[in-house]
Write a protein that binds this ligand. Structure first.
Ligand SMILES: Cc1cc2nc3c(=O)[nH]c(=O)nc-3n(C[C@H](O)[C@H](O)[C@H](O)COP(=O)(O)OP(=O)(O)OC[C@H]3O[C@@H](n4cnc5c(N)ncnc54)[C@H](O)[C@@H]3O)c2cc1C
Ligand code: FES
Length: 308
């Protein structure tokens, strides 16, 4: 497998895709295309936006006016929603939410700009051979690696049935561009991003503005409760806020279901130097715990090992 490294990527497009979400497409060539051509769902890249300009004062949301003035010293970690190889080029799609100075600057990237990207970093999700069903649970901005995982499982493991669950606080905070009509929703094909791979999806919002009124983990529990035998050969994959991951792990552990969780930590370096990204983990199911590094040992961890 080609090594990770520092590569330049050229921006092909950067579009506002609703509320506070943007989708930027990156093009890698040369050694970067080789390295990122083997990028797996759940891995991530560290992106340098220190030299990228801020948007005009009128385009800065009020709650980010103060933080926008902060200098960007560190790279920022991002997953990709899709990676495709075409000839000697690799194309990566990054879906991001504007939350602070770095993501605010990213909104001003335009076609032809070049940015420095370190990667591929981290372990990514793994897919055991004996699974019949994969339940994918995305919360808020946890959706990018889950979207990419749907594509990989349906392409490389066609015998595995995939069902996706997506939750957010409100409908507008669901980071999806396209929702399908009512009939498609009744059939369970709510989100086009999953339906295009033939994957059913269930949506939940805290305020009930779309889908199930409540937590996305309620939908997961209901799906598992429909039939005890439905648990055979099931694996759960999840990415999202820590409180949601803790609930997913609890549901999985109670049902003795395999589960992989993509954890989020603030990451200064992204490759094991700064020790800023510790995740407390159990040692082989005992009460003894150790700290692992989210960037190197993760970000994907076995749901049984993480201490919440
Ligand atoms: C492995 C990994 C993959 C990621 N993939 C994506 C992605 O695909 N799309 C996307 O939009 N974001 C993703 N993120 C989060 C992204 O890195 C942060 O939103 C970004 O660094 C924010 O930078 P900023 O300067 O704009 O805001 P900052 O000022 O750095 O942060 C704004 C606020 O966001 C919260 N925050 C920022 N980073 C983190 C973090 N790592 N963990 C928990 N809370 C945080 C903090 O509460 C902070 O106050 C990922 C993070 C990790 C660790
Ligand atoms: S981010 Fe530096 S050690 Fe993990």
């Amino acid at each position: 497998m080609p090594d990770k490294g520092v590569f330049n990527a050229v921006v092909s497009s950067n579009n506002h895709v609703g509320h506070c979400f943007y989708r930027v497409s990156l093009e890698f060539s040369g050694a970067g295309a080789d390295a990122f051509g083997s990028f797996r769902p759940g891995q991530f890249a560290q992106i340098d936006v220190s030299d990228v300009a801020l948007p005009s004062a009128e385009a800065i949301p009020e709650d980010l006016v103060d933080s926008s003035k902060r200098k960007i010293l560190l790279r920022r970690p991002f997953s990709f929603t899709n990676v495709t190889v075409d000839g000697n080029k690799t194309f990566a799609e990054l879906l991001y939410r504007v939350v602070g100075p770095a993501t605010l600057r990213m909104t001003t990237l335009s076609a032809g700009d070049s940015i420095s990207v370190i990667g591929p970093l981290g372990n990514g999700f793994w897919i055991p051979n004996d699974k019949k069903t994969a339940l994918l649970v995305a919360g808020g901005m946890g959706t990018p690696p889950i979207q990419f995982l749907v594509k990989v499982i349906t392409a490389d493991y066609p015998k595995i049935e995939v069902v996706a669950f997506a939750g957010a606080k409100t409908a507008e905070e669901l980071p999806f561009e396209n929702r399908l009509d009512e009939i498609s929703q009744q059939l369970g094909f709510s989100l086009l991003e999953f339906a295009k791979y033939g994957v059913r999806s269930m949506v939940a919002t805290d305020d009930g503005s779309t889908g199930h009124h409540g937590l996305v983990t309620d939908c997961l529990s209901q799906w598992l409760e429909q039939d005890d035998s439905a648990r055979d050969g099931v694996i759960i994959y999840s990415c999202g806020p820590e409180a949601m991951l803790a609930k997913v792990a609890k549901i999985a552990n109670k049902g003795k279901i395999d589960c992989q969780l993509s954890m989020e930590r603030r990451m200064a370096c992204g490759f094991g130097l700064c020790q800023s990204c510790a995740v407390e983990c159990r040692v082989n199911g005992t009460n003894e715990t150790i700290y692992k590094l989210c960037c190197e040992d993760g970000p994907v961890f076995d749901g049984r090992e993480v201490v919440f």
